[in-house]
Structure formats: structure tokens, C-alpha cells
Design a protein around this ligand. Structure first.
Ligand code: PGA
Length: 235
């Protein structure tokens, strides 16, 4: 079944998140797994309002220790206590602005999975890396640090496609997903400027098991349109 995850990034405080969830839970999302990833402060209200629905709630990051002197960080145990289902790790914005590396991203994934969270681990090459012909090496390096787990999904997010309106072509996505799966046999979802008008074509490709949606997940109508595209192309 396709997985459609909405990464809200640093948008939607608790009031706006509540409004979105109240409308989301009225929707018929049959045939697709849906996850929303609000900022930490909006997790509780989303967990509360989406309880009993098929929509899961995940955080955008998680630390590898259970507790400790790590100012600004949140552990898997804390997320589980709140009723949160999963977490994104290794998003390229974490790597670009907050010093996350392949190593720390893998540590975050390992700790979250062993605590029992569902994990969306992001990998992807920069524009420079693609132009330099090293996409395959980069993906192999990032993926080989992750361990197989039933609760692990990899998001292939070419960095040059995130928030830029430049989407990987379906062929590029399919090729990258096949490579990732040859290293680690887990579901692979695509992220990077997924919109209602390109979702269906991407999701119809073999090896594209869903989408991680940023900008287009913030408006209910566009998010629902992408969920419906996932339902109609169910792989
Ligand atoms: P975008 O973001 O859909 O706005 O490109 C995707 C992501 O960062 O996960």
C-alpha cells in the first residue's frame, strides 16, 4: 500500500495543526497509509485529534539517547509517551542547517527503531553530487549505514528537488529507488516537490512506494489530492 507522509517542517503551531486535523479526519483516505509530521509543539494535539483514525502522527526528528544533557533534543521514549507513532530522521534540512551527518542520522534511526518507533530515514544526493556523477556512491554510502527493520522506510529525497519545484523525473526516481532497494530491501518513498499534478506519475512507477510531501502537505486540498493519487496507483 502506498504511504503518503506530510512533512510540515516549521509550519503549523497547535491551533493551525488542530484545524487541519479536524478537517483531515473527515476525509475518506481508503487504500493509502497516511502520516502527518508536525513540529514538536503540535504533536500532542495531532495525536489527540487523529486518535481512532487511520492517520498516524510522526515527529520530524528524534535523538539517539533516551535522556540526557542534549539541549533542544527529544528522545524516542518521550515521543512514545506522547502517543507518537514514528519519526523522520536525516532530513536534508537537518543535515544542511543543523549538522546532522550520515552517521548521526543512522544513530537516530537505530535508536528510534529499537525503541519501537516507525522511521522514515531520508537519503539523497545534492545537485553538485548528481552533476559530479556520484549519486550512486552517495546513496550506497547513506543507505548502507541503516539496518533492515520492518518499521523502516527510506525516503529518497534528492536535495536539489526539495522546495525548489524541480522534481526528479519518474525515471530518475525509479532508478534511485531500485538502487536503494538493492542495498536494503525496505519500502522507498520519494520526496522533493511532489505536487498533485506530478504525484500520480511518480507513484505509478515500480519501486516508488509512496511520497514524502513538504510544501504541498500544508494545504488540505493538495495533500488529499496526493493521497488520492497514492490510492489510485496502489502498488
Ligand atoms: P517539498 O519538501 O515537497 O516542499 O519539496 C519535501 C521534503 O522536504 O520532505
Amino acid at each position: 500500500m502506498a504511504l503518503i507522509a506530510g512533512n510540515w517542517k516549521m509550519y503549523k503551531g497547535p491551533a493551525e495543526a488542530a484545524e487541519f486535523c479536524l478537517r483531515l479526519r473527515e476525509q475518506d483516505l481508503g487504500g493509502v497509509d497516511v502520516v502527518v509530521c508536525p513540529p514538536y509543539v503540535s504533536l500532542a494535539v495531532c495525536v489527540q485529534l487523529l486518535a481512532g483514525t487511520e492517520v498516524a502522527v510522526a515527529a520530524q526528528n528524534v535523538h539517539w539517547e533516551q535522556e540526557g544533557a542534549y539541549t533542544g533534543e527529544v528522545s524516542a521514549a518521550m515521543l512514545l509517551e506522547l502517543g507518537v507513532y514514528g519519526a523522520i530522521v536525516g532530513h536534508s534540512e537537518r543535515r544542511q542547517y543543523f549538522g546532522d551527518t550520515d552517521g548521526t542520522s543512522a544513530e537516530r534511526a537505530r535508536a528510534a527503531l529499537s525503541a519501537g518507533l516507525f522511521v522514515i530515514a531520508c537519503v539523497g544526493e545534492t545537485e553538485e553530487e548528481r552533476e559530479g556523477g556520484v549519486t550512486e556512491d552517495v546513496l550506497r554510502r547513506q543507505v548502507s549505514l541503516l539496518e533492515p527493520d520492518d518499521n523502516l522506510v527510506i525516503a529518497y529525497e534528492p536535495v536539489w528537488a526539495i522546495g525548489t519545484g524541480k522534481t526528479a523525473t519518474p525515471d530518475m526516481a525509479q532508478e534511485a529507488h531500485a538502487l536503494i532497494k538493492s542495498v536494503l530491501d525496505v519500502p522507498v518513498i520519494y520526496g522533493g516537490s511532489v505536487k498533485p499534478d506530478n504525484a500520480e506519475e511518480l507513484l505509478a512507477r515500480p519501486h516508488v512506494d509512496g511520497a514524502l510531501v513538504g510544501g504541498a502537505s500544508l494545504e488540505l486540498d493538495s495533500f488529499i489530492a496526493i493521497c488520492r493519487a497514492g490510492a489510485s496507483t496502489n502498488s
